[in-house]
Design a protein around this ligand. Structure first.
Ligand code: H79
Length: 484
């Protein structure tokens, strides 16, 4: 009797212990889950990070594609040319949701040939493509199960645009990235809208009234846009990100944009972070919000004055719009675009150069022409771009430098923009012994002379390429440059 009593007390005690242990595990598990909601790569080692970023750093050059319903109005609404970037037409002209959706009924890109698109990128020397799967107008280029505002349900075309693009990328060895506007969405209730005056670039008699409305409604201009942003993020944005990271095979990059309403809101950003695990090694940019820095900085339409320690990618348009505008003819020259690429590579960054296809599904001819011209240069000189690192020189008066370093030496690629009249190219402060110097295009050997100001390369009279002729310098030992 006694002993039985005794036993039962012990039993009760150990039961308490088990319950306590269980509670401890539960709470611990919950804390663990909360912590795991952050950026999945927060704790990776430098070696892991280098391995994950390796292909991207080697690539140096990618294609941005901005495509959607906005390619139909192509910059003109009700006969009025709406200024600035074309994919913003709905916001700039305060087009009501129902009226904007009418453009979907005219979006029928029958000339879409993703194989050709991918080949145009590849022939230009680009290694990856990032396409807008959904821009701020909320229109999905894919078959989304959580909305009808997508290519399958809202257009006469009726077929997923991303599937064949993903196939073509795989076939031609091009990495595929997805742009997704996670916060702004002007067609789904609850999506955010950056507030812009109706009077700016759009002469409308009701401008004052519209401005007053947008001021009161967080930038929205149509009651149909109003709703709960958290619900929007939970029921539209996050599920769509899951869709694009699940249904299209390997995705290399996820490109967030404009964290409106979630710049400092970690809880909102954390709705998306676990989804990154759907694609092992996925590279994401710095525009998610919640204070997360992502893998890369994204200077837009500009090239930083110097490089930086953090990976970065300049995204830029060839004319003045991302989404197609029929009348934007302010095309940058091939010279500008190529020198931009070289300038960026010399600062250790990537160049994401945009194409805005038409509503029919074609690249504008001026884009095609420039891609071809860039590709011709890249076929000869690509080796001076891919897998290179930033210039070791603070400043070069005649052009730029990219480099590859090895255990016993380095290769310097001297990008000569301004061909010296006297044929003497000074590489300032270079102290290393020069093993070889030659023109990259034809391997013609060049004489060099070293003195206290550096290495002088004797060039032929004429540049081989007026945009950028590359001279290769192979030097021995660790780079030794005396900065001015
Ligand atoms: O997708 C492209 C742009 O549409 C998007 N990012 C690139 C890659 C972008 N969204 N917002 N912004 C860039 C920044 C906002 C710019 C603005 Fe404006 C300046 C909004 C209003 C003034 C540009 C000019 C857009 C409308 C007028």
């Amino acid at each position: 009797m006694d002993s039985r009593n005794h036993t039962s007390i012990i039993d009760r005690k150990s039961n308490h212990c088990i319950v306590a242990l269980f509670l401890l595990l539960l709470v611990g598990g919950l804390i663990g889950t909360v912590q795991a909601a952050g950026w999945p790569y927060e704790d990776e080692t430098p070696a892991q990070r280098n391995a994950r970023m390796a292909w991207w750093r080697q690539a140096r050059f990618g294609m941005f594609i901005h495509w959607g319903v906005y390619a139909v109005p192509a910059g003109t609404h009700n006969g009025v040319k709406i200024n600035r970037i074309g994919e913003w037409i709905m916001n700039r002209a305060k087009i009501p949701v129902a009226e904007y959706k009418e453009y979907g009924k005219q979006f029928n890109p029958v000339k879409y040939d993703p194989n050709q698109w991918v080949l145009m990128a590849k022939d230009a020397g680009m290694k990856y493509i990032v396409i807008t799967t959904k821009h701020h107008d909320g229109f999905a280029l894919f078959d989304s199960k959580v909305t009808d505002w997508d290519i399958v349900d809202a257009t006469p075309y009726g077929k997923d645009l991303l599937k064949p693009l993903a196939e073509a990328c795989r076939k031609h060895g091009i990495k595929l990235g997805f742009y997704y506007s996670q916060a702004q969405d002007w067609c789904h209730p609850g999506g955010a809208a950056i507030r812009k005056p109706a009077r700016e670039g759009w002469d409308n008699p009701d401008a004052d009234e519209i401005d007053a409305y947008t001021a009161e409604h967080d930038g929205h201009w149509d009651p149909a846009q109003l709703g709960d942003m958290d619900e929007y993020l939970r029921t539209i944005a996050a599920p769509q990100v899951r869709e694009i990271l699940t249904n299209y095979g390997d995705i290399a990059v996820l490109w967030w944009d404009t964290p409106t309403g979630m710049k400092t809101n970690k809880e909102r950003a954390d709705l998306f972070q676990p989804l990154i695990n759907l694609q092992p090694g996925l590279i994401t940019n710095n525009r998610l919000g919640g204070g997360y820095k992502g893998d890369l900085n994204t200077p837009e339409q500009r090239i930083p004055a110097t490089g930086s320690d953090y990976d970065w990618e300049t995204c830029m348009t060839m004319n003045d719009t991302w989404g197609y505008k029929s009348y934007d003819q302010n095309w940058k020259s091939t010279e500008t675009l190529l020198r931009n690429l070289v300038d960026i590579a010399s600062k250790g960054g990537n160049y994401l150069l945009n194409v805005g296809p038409t509503g029919e599904g074609e690249f504008p001819q001026p884009s095609i022409d420039r891609l071809k011209a860039i590709g011709q240069w890249m076929k000869i000189y690509g080796g001076s771009i891919y897998e290179t690192t930033a210039s070791p020189f603070a400043r070069l008066t005649w052009g730029r430098c990219t480099k590859k370093t090895f255990i016993n030496g380095a290769t310097l690629y001297l990008h000569v923009f301004d061909w010296p009249a006297d044929g003497k190219l000074l590489v300032p402060g270079l102290k290393n012994e020069v093993l070889h110097a030659y023109l990259m295009a034809n391997f013609e050997k060049l004489e060099t002379r070293s003195n206290e100001s550096g290495v002088t390369v004797q060039l032929p009279v004429q540049a081989l390429d007026p945009i950028d002729t590359v001279v290769v310098l192979k030097v021995s030992g660790e780079l030794d440059i005396q900065q001015e």
